[in-house]
Design a protein around this ligand. Structure first.
Ligand SMILES: NC(=O)c1ccc[n+]([C@@H]2O[C@H](COP(=O)([O-])OP(=O)(O)OC[C@H]3O[C@@H](n4cnc5c(N)ncnc54)[C@H](O)[C@@H]3O)[C@@H](O)[C@H]2O)c1
Length: 273
């Protein structure tokens, strides 16, 4: 049993930047060949170039996960090039804001097309190749918002909840074909997605500070910390783990009702460490 992926091939959607790029680097460092599938050709190629320069085997495949034919072509191209697939990280994602009243149908569809259909298509086309490769492991990047909600994020929250269902369905349907499926559920992670969201506010740094205080550990996470959890779930060390989720959130979901009461000091008679 090993945490390494020597001789294995990992496909990563949304691998051009953020959590996906950190995962690509992690799998490479652990011995895998990596195929990055992303709609951002410039960033994707730059990530692949950096990995190749460091001596790793990595390829880029243009892919819009919300398009069935695009995912089919990119997965087929990657599998043909690398000869197999043993790991799929379904990670590509976008963030849009709105409650159910002020979210338009097109924004709702956009979110579901990327997160839910994107995961559906990636798994749909990777699983047959994974079976031909002798089995493998799928890790879906969900969110703490798969269990809870933040205000004005109805479509995103609903889509991230749906990913728990896909994870369980695949875990059940393909267990006997030696395929495991799990998801990681990150708290707030310092990626381009977070920085873009913070930039919408008048004081972006304040948003980051508030996010940090929401986590029991007093800070947001970095993409490598999520990549470590993804690699663990994909590895043989997680050989009896399927259909479940691993929360990677620095304690964000620990305090009942959030950190406000804890920080106010009135919740305890003792000092907060
Ligand atoms: N950053 C966080 O705080 C956080 C927290 C919980 C969950 N997540 C989830 O983690 C995943 C990665 O997020 P991130 O923060 O690294 O985001 P990011 O914006 O930094 O990176 C997302 C990547 O996905 C790609 N992508 C977006 N839409 C695509 C599409 N239609 N087809 C192909 N590629 C597409 C982008 O080009 C980009 O490379 C997402 O699913 C996100 O919802 C992020």
């Amino acid at each position: 049993m090993s945490l390494r992926f020597d001789g294995k091939v990992a496909l990563i959607t949304g691998g051009a930047m953020g959590i996906g790029a950190a995962s690509a680097k992690k799998f490479c460092e652990l011995g895998a060949s990596v195929a990055i599938l992303d709609r951002d050709a410039e960033a994707g190629q730059a990530t692949v170039n950096a990995l190749s320069k460091a001596g790793h085997t990595a390829t880029f495949h243009i892919c819009d996960v919300s398009s069935e034919s695009s995912v089919r072509d990119a997965v087929n191209e990657a599998v043909q090039l690398h000869g197999a697939v043993h790991v799929l990280v379904s990670n590509a994602g976008i963030q849009r804001y709105g409650d159910v009243v002020n979210t338009s149908s097109s924004v709702w569809d956009e979110i579901f097309d990327v997160h839910v259909k994107g995961c559906f298509y990636a798994t749909k086309f990777a699983i047959p190749a994974m079976i031909r490769s002798g089995g493998g492991s799928i890790v879906i990047v969900a969110s703490t918002q798969s269990f809870t909600a933040i205000v004005s994020s109805a479509a995103y929250v609903a889509a991230k909840h749906a990913l728990l269902g896909i994870t369980r369905s695949i875990g059940l349907d393909y267990a006997r074909q030696n395929i495991r499926a799990n998801c990681v559920c990150p708290g707030t992670i310092d990626t381009p997605m977070l920085r873009q969201a913070a930039a919408l506010a008048a004081a972006p740094n304040e948003v980051i500070d508030i996010c940090s205080r929401m986590h029991a550990m007093g800070r947001i996470g970095n993409p490598e910390e999520v990549a470590n959890a993804i690699a663990f779930l994909a590895s043989d060390w997680a050989s009896f783990i399927t259909g479940t989720s691993l929360i990677v959130d620095g304690g964000l979901l620990i305090p009942t009702g959030g950190m406000g009461l804890q920080e106010s000091g009135i919740a305890t008679t003792g000092d907060r460490k």
